[in-house]
Design a protein around this ligand. Structure first.
Ligand SMILES: [Zn+2]
Length: 530
């Protein structure tokens, strides 16, 4: 069998740092990887690891070898491809730079990253994470890299010193054993995986957002059965939605590691707005059937063959070592290709069905705003709470019936029926401030409250309460136009029947999604660093 000659990864220990190595022909490729990523960053510092990655590589400029870096939710890696000597040189540079980051490059690299982010398309994978995890841990991926607005050279170096240590590192080499390879880093401990703390949601549920198409977001324990189930789901759904019914162009599925134990699984499809409910319904049908009866023998055979084919490529070991390095840092057993092959061979229809069923029980079904629900029994995603926090109420200046309440424990906006959005002061993940008194607050659970002074009676009281209670180190200066700029002046006496009465829904919490949209837009635009 061709896979018998597959280079097998070995695990070395280099001064306390685990190093995976496999003899792969061609140019040497290698990576130095750390257990820190975006899910470890508090929202007000988000982007700090990415900034460190850029700063570390910024001194290299053009080299005769290729190099790069990346940051994902739980890892930061530096990659190189070149000769044995070039790999050694690169490792020396990275380890040295991490301990003495170029302070004078911080402002420049903040700008580079803002430009980089502006050119990226957000995947639906990102948007659904904050629905589940709020503005915290794995949910922070959905937000702008807010740290880029303010991070000082000292704050950046402090984060690097704490996390880029020998105890928090691993490496892999695709090529020969490299004599004299050095990983010189200060000692330090392994950072624990980010805690996966889901919001308290009734699942499965339905969320309406600004996207087109439909998506089913799920979380579950990592397993080969789920991985296979999602691949088979994709094949069946493409057959039905595209080839049989012609209601969408494509169906994609993806399974992403979270903390090494749990994964996020996503199935999504595009569709015209008139057909999106039908497309979502068909996608859920296919998933439901598969989760009841499981795949047939031909489908399981397809999965096994696809894996065999992937394994026959000698370069497959590079991806395998990458996965081993990731798992090593997260403290979980690595999923090697040989292990995966054994598990695939042992898959049964009922095991795949059960894995998919467990995932579907956690589904958040995402459809465009205003589209009909594909499953009437799905609970709506909660955007408001039953009651506001205790405190002093300030009425909406336009007579909408809303109240903005500030109290000892936090801030609430509630509608005429007393349904509220609440943020406890100590739970503020990040705040943005504008010179005109506008404040935007985001709680760790993802709740957003936009305070526009003109929209409320007693704005100075509210503003004083926000500024006195919001943790100062989590409030950043916004330098895009204020979201209050186009707000009309309120009538002098807010009464029912005022000229604004007809526009009241603009300020109502019932239009919570609208508020969130305004707030979300404001957040994403909080400005470019300079
Ligand atoms: Zn970058």
């Amino acid at each position: 069998m061709s896979t018998a000659t597959r280079p097998a990864p070995k695990r070395w220990n280099l001064g306390g740092v685990p190093v995976f190595q496999a003899e792969v022909p061609g140019r040497v490729r290698a990576a130095l990887e750390f257990r820190v990523g975006t899910a470890d960053e508090p929202l007000h510092m988000s982007g700090v690891t990415h900034l460190i990655e850029h700063l570390t590589l910024s001194g290299l400029g053009t080299q005769p070898y290729d190099y790069n870096g990346y940051v994902d939710q739980t890892h930061c890696a530096f990659l190189v491809s070149g000769t044995v000597d070039q790999v050694k040189e690169f490792f020396v540079h990275v380890c040295g730079a991490l301990q003495a980051l170029p302070k004078d490059r911080v402002a420049t690299e903040r700008r580079v990253i803002e430009t980089e982010a502006a050119g990226h398309h957000q995947s639906s994978f990102r948007d659904s994470m904050s629905l589940r995890y709020g503005a915290n841990g794995f949910g922070t991926t959905d937000y702008r890299q807010i740290g880029l607005l303010w991070l000082t050279p000292e704050a950046v170096q402090d984060w690097a010193t704490r996390h880029f240590t020998s105890g928090n590192a691993t490496a892999w080499v695709a090529g020969p054993v490299i004599p004299g390879l050095k990983i010189d880093l200060p000692p330090g401990g392994r950072l624990a995986p980010p805690v996966v703390t889901p919001k308290n949601l009734r699942l499965p549920c339905l969320y309406e957002d600004m996207t087109q198409g439909a998506a089913v977001s799920m979380v579950s324990a990592r397993s080969t059965a789920l991985w296979a189930g999602m691949a088979i789901l994709e094949r069946r759904a493409i057959q039905r939605l595209r080839f049989n019914e012609g209601i969408s162009y494509g169906v994609q599925t993806a399974v992403h590691d979270l903390d090494g134990r749990m994964v996020h699984a996503l199935a999504s499809t595009d569709a015209m707005v008139e057909q999106v409910t039908q497309a979502a319904s068909a996608l859920l049908d296919v998933a439901d059937v598969l989760s009841l009866t499981g795949p047939d023998a031909a489908e399981l055979q397809f999965i096994a063959s696809a894996l065999e084919e992937a394994m026959s490529d000698p370069q497959a070991v590079v991806g395998e070592m990458q996965g081993m390095a990731d798992s090593e840092l997260l403290g979980v057993e690595p999923s090697t290709l040989d292990k995966k092959r054994v598990e695939v061979a042992a898959l049964t229809p009922s095991a795949v069905a059960a894995a998919l069923k467990a995932a579907l029980d956690t589904a958040i079904v995402i459809i465009p705003q205003g589209a009909k629900s594909p499953r009437p029994h799905l609970a709506p995603y909660p955007t408001v709470e039953a009651r506001p926090l205790r405190g002093t109420g300030n009425p909406n200046a336009f007579g909408s019936g809303e109240q903005l309440i500030v109290g000892p424990s936090g801030i609430s906006v509630c509608d005429a029926d007393r349904r509220a959005s609440n943020i406890l002061w100590q739970e503020i993940a990040v705040g943005a401030r504008w010179d005109d008194g506008t404040r935007m607050l985001i709680g760790r659970d993802g709740t957003e409250i936009l305070f526009r002074p003109r929209a409320w009676r007693n704005p100075e009281v509210i503003l004083a309460a926000i500024d006195a209670n919001a943790p100062a180190d989590r409030v950043v200066e916004a330098d895009v136009p204020s979201p209050s700029g186009d707000l009309p002046k309120p009538p002098r006496i807010g009464r029912r029947g005022s000229v604004f009465a007809g526009r009241a829904p603009i300020f109502m919490m019932a239009a919570g999604a609208l508020l969130a949209a305004v707030a979300g837009a404001a957040l994403f635009m909080i400005s470019r660093a300079h």
